[in-house]
Design a protein. Structure first.
Length: 470
């Protein structure tokens, strides 16, 4: 008789199925209210964002709006500084710095920008708060949505959408107010005398805010935002992300507070579904890191509150790294992060120097379409048009001259007085003193210099054309 291998039955445990889905049958997400450290941080971040956005536009500086992108005058005012189209390279540098800053923070702590200070997330949280105060808590909203239409439902829905539209209109008006002076714009809107173009943009951004924050919500973060698509390639094993500690939490299951999990073969997760119910994108963080996670840490606050009630240690869901979850130690200083930070600091320094050293007077030269002409003295001369911009906030006196202009003379108005922000076109001519030109085309450099502060100057190059067979 052959030997038989004894068979032993081993009882296995699987995580309990979800009892509460994040989405209702109509595919809507109804989040639950919660409190916690990260919620307070998020409210503080959003509060600063709202204060800057809605408040800065109403500030005055020197008799004008402090921050205004004046499209009609092609000027961008930021408090005491005025930027012109010639300075837009600085805007490009600022956008590149913002991109590298986003890269650096993503490598360090994942998608925290989305969770705490992204306008889409901030306005969505604000709209969700409006939903709460008009329709009630999560269970009340679910019941209200499923209930047939009644006066109560109509009143609550009307109140919600009225608040949404009011916030959206204020947002659209404020945004357009950064491009058109906000005070006359508001007055024209209230008196129904607003122009067609301004009205179109106010209504456009009102509708965009209402749809994005009120209806699309998580769909913007999940399907429309490109950041959700490329964030994963920037993560490494040391990136701090919101993660569920499966080694500690599994096997999930309900139990009484006084029962120790180890005594019944369970982990610390009681499968209360709180982490799912508070998630604004409707995911279960216990399934692992997902593209839809915006790093808002709502699930951390919710889970920590349950751990406190159960008498367990906090941190079942927490900011941690893949390396730490695998039993290792997170490396905060690593080549990629150090590299991004170093480049970021260098670019910030370069931008600061460029802002300080940027010329406060601008000079552009346009040569007349005619090649050359002979003046009354028999000299060959070329005609030019000089465009000069006073970029300062006060009247300035300037002197026009030729740089390295040996053998040439500048003729025309060479002493100018320009008001703050004034732009003038000055026609001048340059005559050649030599009877025979050295070549048919020579470099010509014009210079405008502040009469009181010679260090404030600007130069522009052009060409001088003369006949070779003279």
């Amino acid at each position: 008789m052959s030997d038989r291998i004894p068979v032993q039955l081993i009882q296995t445990f699987e995580p309990a199925p979800a009892k509460t889905k994040a989405r209702t049958t109509d595919n809507l997400i109804h989040t639950r209210s919660f409190t916690g450290l990260f919620r307070s941080l998020r409210i503080s971040g959003a509060g600063v964002l709202f204060l800057l956005f809605f408040g800065t536009v109403w500030l005055d500086w020197g008799g004008r709006q402090a921050v205004l992108w004046d499209l009609s005058e092609s000027k961008f005012h930021i408090f005491g500084a005025t930027f012109w189209p010639q300075d837009f390279i600085l805007l490009s540098a600022l956008l590149i710095i913002a991109a590298f800053g986003l890269f650096a923070i993503t490598v360090f702590a994942g998608r925290v920008w989305c969770g705490y200070t992204c306008p889409q997330s901030s306005w969505t949280w604000l709209f969700m708060w409006c939903e709460k105060i008009t329709e009630g808590e999560r269970n009340q909203r679910i019941k209200l949505h499923a209930a047939p239409w009644s006066l109560n439902k109509l009143a609550r829905r009307s109140a919600k959408h009225t608040l949404w539209l009011a916030i959206s209109l204020l947002t659209g008006l404020t945004f357009v107010g950064y491009f058109t002076p906000i005070r006359p714009l508001t007055e024209d809107l209230l008196t129904l005398q607003i122009g067609g173009v301004s009205l179109f943009w106010v209504l456009f951004f009102t509708a965009a805010t209402y749809l994005n924050a009120g209806w699309l919500r998580e769909a913007v973060c999940m399907h429309m935002c490109p950041y959700a698509r490329f964030q994963s390639v920037m993560f490494d094993k040391d990136t701090l992300t919101i993660s569920y500690d499966a080694a500690r939490g599994e096997i999930r299951g309900p139990r009484k507070r006084e029962v120790k999990p180890a005594n019944i073969g369970l982990g610390d997760c009681i499968d209360c579904q709180m982490c799912v119910q508070v998630c604004p994108t409707g995911i279960d963080i216990r399934d692992g890191l997902q593209m839809e996670c915006i790093g808002c840490a709502a699930c951390i606050d919710a889970c920590d509150s349950i751990m406190d009630k159960m008498g367990y240690a906090r941190g079942l869901i927490k900011y941690t790294s893949e390396r730490q979850l695998q039993g290792g130690k997170t490396h905060l200083l690593r080549p990629r992060l150090v590299g991004y930070t170093a480049v970021l600091l260098v670019m910030i320094g370069a931008l600061a120097v460029a802002l300080v050293e940027r010329p406060m007077v601008s000079l552009d030269v346009s040569k007349d379409r005619g090649l050359f002409r002979e003046n009354s003295l028999g000299q060959i001369e070329n005609i030019y048009s000089l465009k000069i911009i006073n970029k300062t906030q006060q009247r300035q006196d300037y002197t026009l001259s030729l740089e390295d202009g040996e053998g040439f003379t500048l003729q025309g108005k060479t002493q100018l007085s320009l008001a703050a922000g004034e732009i003038v076109d000055v026609p001048v001519s340059v005559a050649m003193l030599d009877e025979r030109p050295r070549s048919g085309s020579q470099d010509m450099t014009f210079k405008v210099t502040d009469s009181d502060e010679p260090r404030i100057q600007s130069v522009a190059k052009s060409r001088f054309v003369a006949p070779m067979n003279r």
